[in-house]
Ligand binder design. Structure first.
Ligand SMILES: CC(C)(COP(=O)(O)OP(=O)(O)OC[C@H]1O[C@@H](n2cnc3c(N)ncnc32)[C@H](O)[C@@H]1OP(=O)(O)O)[C@@H](O)C(=O)NCCC(=O)NCCS
Length: 409
C-alpha cells in the first residue's frame, strides 16, 4: 500500500495517540503512557501544526515534528529563524523504505516556505543526517570525574554561589535572563519558550545554584544538577550529574565548577554536554582527573543560503569569495554563489568560476564556527580551485567564541 505523508490531525485524539505510540516504538521506549488512565496528549512544547505523520492505511508508521526557534549566530546581531526538527521515527516494520527521506523533504520545504534560514536537530545516530545536508554545528564534552575531584585553581573573583529554593517559577525567573544573556554571547543557542521552561524545569529532583558577582551586581551563571545517594562498604559514594551549567563570565564559570567539585560525599561527577569554552582542563590543578569525550551537539542545516550568509558576522578581513555548493536535498541552494558579508548572490557561470567547492553539510559545519574551513579542507571536504581561497574563507568564518548548544529538544 502507498505511504501517505501529511500533517498530523492534532485535534484527533486517536491520531495523536498513534503519533506518540509510533514515535515511542521507533525510539525503543515503552509505548504505554505514564498514566494509562489519561488520554495521551502532546507536550505543550510541541507545535501540532508542525507535526507530520507517514500513514500506511490507517496506521501511523512514521513521525516528525519541527519547533519554531530562533538561533544565536556569530555576531549576535539578530537571532535567526530556525526550524528545530525532532520527533523523527519510523516503525521497525517500515524502515528503509524511504519514509524518513519523505518526512525530511517535507519538513525542509516547509521551513523554507516559512522563511527559516536554518534547520537544526539532535541526532540519535551520527550517520543519519549528513546525507540530508546537516553538519555538526556545535560540539560539547561528556565529562566524567572520579573522587578525588580536581581543585579549581582559576580565579573566582569573589563570586558567591547560592542554592535557590525549590519554587520552580522563582528558579526559572532567575535562570531565564542568564540563558538569554548567553544567547548574546555564544552562537548555537536556541530560544526557550515559556512552555519549555515550565515543563522542562518543573522537576523537584533537580537543584539549581546561581553564581552572583562580587558586590551583588547580579547573577552571572547557574548550574542545574541532581545527586543520587549511594553507600558502599567504605561509606558514602554519591553520584552528581550536571544537567546544565551556564556561565556568562569566567569568574562565574570557575566558581560553579569549584562548587560542584567541592560537594561532599560525591564519588563520581558526570556532565552530559559541557561547553567547549568552559576549557575545564585549564580551570583545574589536575588535568588527568578529567575524562572528556568529544560529542556532537546540534546538527545544523542551511535552509536558505542567501539569508543564512547575510545573518551572521564575519572576521575582520571580511568575506568575498565565489563558492560552488552541492545540495541535492534543498536544490534551491545548489549552485555557484558569490558570498560576501552582505549575503549571497547566485553566479550565472557554472562551478568553473568558483574558488571553492563544498557540500551544504560542510558549509553548515563551519557556519557557527564549530568546525573551521581549514580543518574541513584538510579532511578533504572542501576543494580549493584558487590558491588562498581556503585561508580567506577560514579567516572569515572563524569566530572567537565557540558555539555550544545547551538546549536538547
Ligand atoms: C533513523 C530512521 C528514522 C530512518 O528511517 P527510514 O525511513 O528507515 O529511512 P529512509 O529509508 O528514508 O532512509 C533514508 C536514507 O538514510 C539512510 N539511513 C536511514 N537510517 C539510517 C541509520 N540509522 N544510519 C545510517 N543511515 C541511515 C538510508 O540508508 C537512506 O540512505 P540513501 O538515501 O542513501 O539510500 C529509522 O530507522 C528510525 O526510526 N530509527 C530509530 C529512531 C531514530 O533513531 N530516530 C532518529 C531520531 S534523531
Amino acid at each position: 500500500m502507498a505511504i501517505d505523508v501529511r500533517r498530523l490531525a492534532g485535534d484527533a485524539p486517536a491520531e495523536v495517540a498513534q503519533f506518540l505510540r509510533a514515535n515511542a516504538v521507533a525510539m525503543g521506549r515503552s509505548p504505554a503512557p505514564a498514566n494509562a488512565a489519561l488520554a495521551p496528549t502532546l507536550s505543550p512544547t510541541v507545535e501540532p501544526d508542525r507535526c507530520l505523520v507517514a500513514v500506511d492505511g490507517d496506521q501511523v508508521v512514521g513521525t516528525a515534528q519541527a519547533r519554531t526557534f530562533t538561533l544565536s549566530v556569530p555576531g549576535g546581531r539578530d537571532h535567526v529563524p530556525t526550524a528545530g526538527i525532532g520527533g523523527i521515527g519510523v516503525l521497525p516494520t517500515h524502515r528503509r523504505q524511504g519514509i524518513l527521506r519523505r518526512l525530511m523533504d517535507e519538513q525542509l520545504g516547509d521551513a523554507h516556505d516559512r522563511g527559516e534560514a536554518l534547520a537544526c536537530l539532535w541526532s540519535t545516530e551520527a550517520a543519519i543526517y549528513p546525507r540530508f545536508g546537516f553538519g555538526v554545528g556545535t560540539f560539547g564534552h561528556r565529562v566524567n570525574v572520579e573522587r578525588p575531584a580536581p581543585r579549581v585553581t582559576a580565579d573566582t573573583g569573589g563570586v558567591r554561589v547560592r542554592l535557590l529554593d525549590g519554587d520552580a517559577t522563582k528558579v526559572v525567573a532567575t535562570a531565564a535572563p542568564v540563558y538569554e544573556r548567553l544567547r548574546t554571547l555564544v552562537p548555537g543557542v536556541v530560544n526557550r519558550s515559556a512552555a519549555f521552561w515550565s515543563t522542562r524545569w518543573d522537576d523537584p529532583t533537580m537543584l539549581v545554584v546561581v553564581a552572583e558577582g562580587a558586590g551583588g551586581d547580579g547573577v552571572d551563571g547557574y548550574c542545574r544538577y541532581s545527586t543520587t545517594a549511594t553507600w558502599c562498604e567504605l561509606g558514602p559514594a554519591n553520584d552528581l550529574h550536571v544537567d546544565e551549567l551556564v556561565a556568562c563570565t569566567p569568574a562565574a564559570r570557575a566558581a560553579l565548577w569549584r562548587y560542584l567539585f567541592e560537594v561532599d560525599l560525591v564519588a563520581r561527577w558526570s556532565v552530559w554536554h559541557s561547553a567547549p569554552q568552559d576549557a575545564l582542563p585549564l580551570l583545574v590543578d589536575d588535568i588527568r582527573s578529567l575524562r572528556l569525550t568529544l560529542s556532537d551537539g546540534l546538527w545544523l542545516r542551511i535552509v536558505d543560503l542567501p539569508a543564512a550568509i547575510a545573518a551572521r558576522d564575519y572576521g575582520p578581513t571580511g568575506l568575498d569569495v565565489v563558492v560552488h555548493v552541492r545540495d541535492s536535498t534543498c536544490p534551491w541552494n545548489d549552485g555557484t554563489w558569490h558570498l560576501t558579508d552582505d549575503g549571497a548572490t547566485r553566479e550565472n557561470s557554472n562551478d568553473n568560476g568558483a574558488a571553492l567547492t563544498m557540500d551544504a553539510a560542510d558549509l553548515a559545519s563551519a557556519y557557527l564556527g564549530g568546525s573551521t574551513i581549514a580543518d574541513l579542507a584538510r579532511a578533504g571536504r572542501v576543494d580549493e580551485h584558487r590558491r588562498g581561497a581556503v585561508a580567506h574563507v577560514d579567516a572569515a568564518f572563524r569566530w572567537p567564541t565557540l558555539p555550544w548548544a545547551v538546549t536538547w529538544f
